[in-house]
Ligand binder design. Structure first.
Ligand code: B12
Length: 213
């Protein structure tokens, strides 16, 4: 079994010590930080499936999240800062009703490494808070994260609130998270959507250039 497979297994087995050791070892042997995070995400997906099937309880999902956050702490300093001047300003948050933030925090880390200035509104962010933040910070892009199916509706409502406030033409909107697919995108109608943070970063760069992404 490779270290890549072992880290997936350590997450599923909730073996924090082994998972952290493997992450450190992978960094030392030259594995790209983004690759490590994607592997961990694979583990989290299986944890989610186990929760869904009743093999895991909420406490186990919380433990897995804790392990992921620890790995993130190890990996984060290794993300290369590629650009020194600002690539653009992004207001980002997890939408109302949803407290999942691991994916959002990865997106933030990768965007910062690409030179974007980030205003992080946190989790469970009401539509009005997004509207106020756009008025206050005048971002180029607004990023919304949602992991729950019910939060897709809140994401749509948040964009509606931004439109009603007359701010929709001032910002580009990107949505991300595990439940985002073509169907969700069709329904919510953002400027860009993804279920992969590295892809999201490339999309944000494209949006800054006025490209259709
Ligand atoms: C960890 C976890 C939790 C943790 C969250 C801890 C935290 N601080 O985030 C805790 C234990 C708190 C939790 C709670 C709940 N959870 Co939960 N959780 C998960 C789990 C296992 C992993 C999520 C995760 O972190 N994945 C890893 C990250 C890296 O992946 P990601 O989020 O998709 O992010 C990537 C991309 O999507 C992208 N991205 C994400 N956001 C953004 C934003 C932008 C702008 C961009 C560009 C990119 C981007 O970048 C990331 C890297 O590529 C998932 C399983 C799954 N498959 O998603 C269930 C899951 C999401 N949870 C689920 C459920 C049901 C719940 C609860 C309702 C359980 C309960 N009964 O209480 C609560 C809801 C609480 C709430 N109101 O939000 C369900 C959702 C089902 C659904 N279809 O709605 C899932 C799918 C599990 C399942 N299969 O049943 N959960």
């Amino acid at each position: 079994m490779t270290s890549h497979d072992k880290i997936v297994e350590a997450i599923i087995e909730l073996d924090e010590l082994v998972a952290l050791e493997l992450a450190e070892g992978m960094l030392k042997s030259g594995t790209e930080p983004v690759e490590i995070l994607e592997k961990c995400r694979e583990g989290m997906s299986i944890v989610g499936e186990k929760f869904e099937s009743g093999d895991f309880f909420l406490s186990e999902m919380i433990m897995a999240a804790e392990i992921f956050n620890q790995i993130m702490n190890i990996v984060r300093p290794h993300l290369k800062i590629t650009i020194s001047e600002s690539s653009g300003k992004i207001v980002i948050g997890t939408v109302e009703g949803d407290v999942h933030d691991i994916g959002k925090n990865i997106a933030i880390a990768l965007l910062e490494a690409e030179g974007f200035d980030i205003i992080d509104l946190g989790v469970d962010v009401p539509p009005a808070t997004f509207v106020d933040a756009i008025k206050e910070h005048e971002p180029d892009i607004v990023g919304m994260s949602s992991l729950l199916t019910v939060a897709l509706e809140t994401t749509r409502q948040t964009i509606e609130a931004i439109t009603k406030a007359g701010l929709r033409d001032q910002v580009k909107i990107i949505i991300g998270g595990g439940r985002i697919d073509a169907h969700a995108t069709d329904y919510i109608k953002p400027d860009a959507s993804t279920d992969n943070a590295a892809h999201g970063v490339r999309m944000c760069i494209g949006l800054m250039k006025g490209e259709a992404v």
